[in-house]
Design a protein around this ligand. Structure first.
Ligand code: AMP
Ligand code: MG
Length: 333
């Protein structure tokens, strides 16, 4: 199959909406990462998403909507869920809710719950609205690769497997959505993501965050998210973090002939002298946005060791640390 990358013009959005209506899959930008979308009400179309990604059938898809009223068509919405929908949608918060009939089992991996999100991205919203159906969409990477934040990342992973990629430039947040399971009491955070957990708790009270820790720890045993082409390690957030990183860098060059690169905040770059660095911005939020992008860049430049600066715990720092733990399999220096 030939895969075309299409600029996100109104004409091309219409073309892709028509493909979705016909039961095809199309990659499209959202504010978090690129999604691989199909008609969520068509089991055969959803099956194509799993096939293209090599995604296990046990891993359910998130249903994307263009309008809050579309949520009520696929899920039962409680009062607390309604408050979160009103407070955070459109946005990077996914809610797991009791499923209504009409959503094929393949989409929810057989669960009687369904995950829904309304993306805060004009191209995604226009596409879903024109398709006229809710769109099930996981991240548009091959399973076990970093989530794609540019059309070219999708192309690298899925060329030949999908007909079209809508190119809307770089994803503004660059990190997946936060997922909260509203069918549990208290509601349970299933994934730390681009919306801070504390801001969700401010609206509906206490949340169960144990699963985030369990998943993060499980990744130490079975790395799930990322099959590294380059090994990734990260530093704890010490006062002398840059010295620890510089020493680790030099010893790996000397003893293993490694080709390392350091992921560092812009304001720390000078501390690494002539060593290879890639800049992660001025803030933890920018670090979060650039992480997957920089990993793919480092791979393309044939670095075989990524040494990432750690960030302080709390807020988006916690989300970034959970990704670094998963990406590295827990290799902290
Ligand atoms: P991705 O779209 O690749 O970022 O992954 C979507 C994630 O949403 C899955 O890996 C699940 O963790 C979660 N998810 C989707 N649907 C459900 C559901 N019905 N129940 C629990 N978790 C879900
Ligand atoms: Mg994913």
């Amino acid at each position: 199959m030939n895969t075309v990358i299409l600029d996100a013009t109104p004409e091309n959005i219409s073309k892709c909406a028509a493909l979705i209506r016909k039961g095809e899959v199309v990659a499209f930008p959202t504010e978090t990462v690129y999604g691989l979308g199909a008609n969520a009400l068509d089991a055969d179309a959803a099956a194509k998403v799993f096939r293209a990604k090599g995604r296990p059938a046990t891993n359910p898809l998130i249903i994307h909507v263009a309008d809050k009223s579309q949520i009520d068509a696929v899920a039962e919405v409680s009062d607390d869920a309604r408050r979160l929908i009103d407070g955070f949608m459109p946005g990077a918060l996914t809610l797991v809710l009791p499923k209504r009939g009409g959503v094929p089992d393949i989409v929810t991996a057989g669960y009687d719950t369904v995950a829904v999100r309304m993306p805060d991205h004009k191209v995604a919203l226009d596409l879903i609205r024109e398709a006229g159906v809710p769109v099930c969409a996981p991240s548009a990477n091959t399973s076990a690769r970093p989530s794609p934040t540019r059309a070219s990342h999708v192309y690298d992973d899925l060329k030949g497997k999908i007909p079209a990629i809508l190119d809307g430039g770089m994803c503004p947040l660059g990190l997946e959505s936060t997922i909260v399971d509203m069918t549990k009491t208290p509601p349970k955070v299933l994934r730390a993501g681009a919306v801070e957990i504390d801001s969700v708790a401010e609206v509906i009270g206490d949340l169960d965050t144990e699963q985030v820790m369990v998943d993060t720890l499980a990744a130490l045993k079975i790395p799930t998210n990322y099959v590294p082409k380059a090994e990734l390690v990260f530093s704890a957030f010490y006062d002398n973090m840059s010295e620890v990183i510089a020493r680790y860098y030099d010893s790996n060059v000397l003893t293993h002939g490694a080709r390392p690169v350091i992921f560092c905040m812009n304001f720390n770059a000078d501390k690494y002298g002539s060593r290879n660095v890639m800049l992660m911005g001025e803030s933890v939020a920018e670090y979060a946005k650039l992480l997957f992008e920089r990993i793919r860049e480092a791979e393309n430049l044939d670095y075989n060791l990524i040494i990432a600066e750690g960030v302080p715990m709390g807020g988006m720092g916690t989300t970034v640390l959970s990704r670094l733990i998963k990406l590295s399999g827990g290799k902290v220096i």
